[in-house]
Design a protein around this ligand. Sequence first.
Ligand code: 5GP
Length: 192
Amino acid sequence: MLNKKRKGRLFIISAPSGAGKTTLCHAVLAKLSQIVPSISYTTRAPREGEVTGKDYHFVSPQKFKAMIEEHAFAEWAIVHGHYYGTNKNLIEKSMQEGNDVLLSIDIQGADQLRKLYSDAVSVFINPPSLKELKNRLIDRKSDSQMTIQKRLEVAKKEIAAAPSYQFQVVNDDFEQALEELISIIKSQRHPS
Ligand code: 5GP
């Protein structure tokens, strides 16, 4: 008999740093079933409290480059000076198992993934304004002033790419943004 198990779908979420994407993604994963995160590989150092295998697979540049050679990534990019990549086998296994996959990745990676998986759904999370974004980056106290400045420059380029996403959500009121994101996912996921 044919296995009629539902096949999962990819949900790509991008946003400028500080727009609240990580918190939104955690909340989506807590509220919905049959959706799992893609745990990316990165060469950046873990921030306080981050755990390898949970937040990211933290690896050396040598290991990351070896994985590029082995074609282990569905997409990879250099973001803020560090390598980040999505493991192809991990996301395909999750989809085969009937789970949707939530990918929190940058605009370069989103571009690559959309080419590889034409079925993927993409959502861009906008901050209410650049001024508000700056305040949030200052408030979270995890980056130096120079890093914040760099992140804001990158944010302008990222926001310019927002129209290439299928959906856009403004994260002004968190609960409302979460509700919008959840309803997008519910409306786009394959039926069971
Ligand atoms: P952070 O280091 O602040 O967690 O993430 C920095 C940026 O890298 C964010 O825009 C995040 O979405 C992006 N990112 C995280 N994982 C990946 C990935 O696997 N591929 C790509 N292209 N970007 C990623």
